[in-house]
Ligand binder design. Structure first.
Ligand code: SF4
Ligand code: SF4
Ligand code: SF4
Length: 252
């Protein structure tokens, strides 16, 4: 792997995607491959302010300082990757309705507390993002494919097939045949269909696949569960995704 300068920044998140990064780095190091980490708080590796060849940003910006940090990262980087579903879609923290957020803040900090945090948003709400790498957490193999493409000067090709394709390749019995429902048909692949393979439905953590037919999913899945539960499931990760927002706007 060509020597490239990599930076990893994290905002509001659980750091699970960075742990995948760490695991990949250890695997690559064992094979004698490595990359120069110019800035990674988690490992206390360097504190360079750039320039960087590729910068990964994990989490969603929720403070003014976070927004300044992502703008600085953009200015210092050739390529920006939104790392994980928090960065790509705002993540689980974006799923909470705004009215509930204000209420929860009051419950935790008291009525007099004046919150200064912003609503969690995707990184591309604030800056141009070159590559979105969704997943909660991201898939390590997909991260390796991305790094290999970027370091060899090739274009990284985003996955354009749904989880179902990987699920069928693993010979799983479809949960729809077992009176369950599953968001696999409208969710971007890349995780190897890990949830259905282990008997759990896909809850959409990689976000919508290109061309996702959300209306058809609502119609079909609506036969297996109630509408409110289905909506809550869809909005867990899809809420800030353009495909979902477009669908909701058209439906109004
Ligand atoms: S996308 Fe999921 S695993 Fe990654 S940082 Fe956010 S909450 Fe954690
Ligand atoms: S279990 Fe889910 S991911 Fe697997 S084929 Fe059925 S709908 Fe698709
Ligand atoms: S099966 Fe669905 S919920 Fe599970 S990891 Fe893959 S995309 Fe995420």
């Amino acid at each position: 792997m060509k020597e490239i300068k990599v930076a990893i920044f994290d905002l509001t998140d659980c750091e699970g995607c960075e742990l995948q990064f760490l695991a990949l780095r250890e695997e690559l190091a064992a094979k004698g491959k490595d990359f120069q980490l110019a800035n990674w708080r988690l490992l206390s590796n360097g504190a360079s302010t750039g320039p960087f060849d590729i910068t990964f940003i994990e989490g969603s910006p929720i403070t003014d300082d976070d927004v300044v940090a992502v703008k600085k990262a953009r200015a210092a980087s050739k390529t920006i990757v939104a790392l994980g579903s928090c960065a790509t879609f705002g993540g689980l923290q974006a799923a909470l309705p705004e009215s509930r957020r204000a209420l929860n803040i009051q419950k935790v900090y008291g009525e007099k507390y004046k919150a200064t945090s912003r609503s969690p948003k995707n990184i591309s709400y604030y800056i141009d993002v070159d590559i979105n790498l969704p997943g909660c957490p991201i898939d390590k193999n997909e991260l390796e494919r991305l790094l290999a493409a970027v370091t060899s000067g090739k274009k990284y090709k985003e996955i354009k097939y749904p989880v179902c394709l990987e699920c069928k390749a693993r010979n799983n019995t479809c949960l729809f045949l077992e009176d369950g429902f599953c968001l696999g048909p409208i969710t971007k692949g890349g995780c190897g269909a890990i949830c259905p393979t282990n008997g759990l439905r896909c809850y959409g953590c990689f976000g919508p696949v290109e061309g996702a037919n959300i209306e058809a999913m609502e119609n079909v899945a609506g036969k297996y569960t109630d509408k409110k539960y289905l909506k809550d499931n869809l909005e867990l990760y899809f809420k800030n995704a353009e495909e979902y927002k477009d669908y909701i706007t058209k439906r109004k």
